[in-house]
Design a protein around this ligand. Structure first.
Ligand SMILES: Nc1ncnc2c1ncn2[C@@H]1O[C@H](COP(=O)(O)OP(=O)(O)OP(=O)(O)O)[C@@H](O)[C@H]1O
Length: 302
């Protein structure tokens, strides 16, 4: 698989603060990567370093396997890392034409790009009359004009209403489907879950997870059980190879966290064979949010 970006031990210190701390990951062509973390976890600083606007303290990164010079590499990247900045009185189309001129973009396809962001019908309206969502979509269009190999977005739905959020997410998915690699920084789990295939989780500048979104979600879940003979039930669960951990819940249920698949019917059968009558049996699966919170919690305790 073609490597778009390779990051090695990238670090940024602001005085005593390790804003980004020995970050290493790579980005392969055709995937959608989420850089996920709470406010202040180092997402924007990371993007700033990758786009040559923030100087790293140490570490390194290579775009496109170092096959082209940095300036050439930057031309293959489309990025929106701050609020869209266009001329207010100029129309959407004229703003894009100016961007194309400044960036010396050869044969820009204004119509296809503006249609993709659902602004073709509004191309002749002045930028100042656009809603925040439309401004953001025009910014995406301007970042796509040079048909970049990778599109970088920092919190693309910040400040938008639910309809605007939905529109931007659908557009990002469409861009991804056309084969453009995407790196998206977000503090919203839901956003990453809906858009991204891969996720890099940052906490206080450190990477605490790097992998597929599916795998972060894919725990085997847990089974909640209750019986009149709780002690015997706990004993049985403790001896099952599929059970990773056991907790007692607030409703006097026993919660068996699974490390491999175990169907509720199988556990019911096992209990029945041991003479344990279950009064409650329910299989549940963690959400990405549960896993994200578990990850950040264990890091906090480390
Ligand atoms: N120029 C700077 N000088 C000093 N500290 C900075 C500077 N830029 C960022 N920081 C600090 O570095 C840490 C990481 O900030 P960064 O903006 O990268 O986080 P973030 O995850 O993008 O958060 P947010 O979404 O709130 O922007 C924060 O503690 C921030 O206060």
């Amino acid at each position: 698989m073609e490597k778009i970006l390779n990051v090695h031990q990238l670090t940024k210190k602001f005085r005593q603060l390790n804003a980004v701390d020995q970050l290493s990951f790579s980005i392969e062509k055709g995937h959608v990567y989420g850089l996920l973390g709470p406010n202040g976890s180092g997402k924007s600083t990371t993007l700033g370093m990758l786009l040559n606007v923030v100087n790293p303290t140490s570490g390194s990164f290579q775009w496109f396997e170092n096959k082209c010079a940095t300036q050439e590499a930057l031309k293959k990247i489309g990025a929106i890392i701050e609020s869209p900045n266009f001329y207010p009185s100029m129309t959407a189309l004229d703003n894009l034409k100016l961007v194309a001129k400044i960036k010396e973009i050869q044969q820009p396809d204004y119509e296809a790009t503006l249609r993709l962001v659902e602004l073709w019908d509004r191309k002749d309206e002045a930028f100042k009359n656009f809603s925040l969502g439309m401004k953001q979509r025009l910014a995406i269009a301007s970042a796509l004009l040079n048909k970049p190999a990778i599109l970088i977005l920092d919190e693309p739905t910040n400040g938008l209403d639910p309809k605007g959020i939905r529109q931007i997410r659908d557009i990002i998915l469409q861009i991804a489907q056309s084969g453009t690699t995407i790196l998206l920084a977000s503090h919203l789990l839901d956003e990453v879950e809906k858009i991204c295939t891969h996720v890099i989780v940052l906490q206080k500048g450190k990477m605490i997870y790097n992998g597929k979104v599916d795998e972060m979600k894919a725990s085997y879940g847990f089974i909640e059980l209750a019986s009149e003979n709780q002690e015997q039930l706990v004993q049985l669960l403790q001896n099952l190879p599929e059970v990773k951990d056991i907790n007692q819940t607030e409703y006097k249920f026993v919660k068996a966290i699974l490390k491999s698949e175990l169907k509720p019917a199988e556990i019911n059968q096992l209990c029945f064979e041991k003479g344990i009558v279950l009064t409650h049996l329910q299989w549940k699966k963690d959400t990405l949010e549960d896993n994200f919170l578990a990850l950040t919690k264990s890091e906090n305790h480390a």
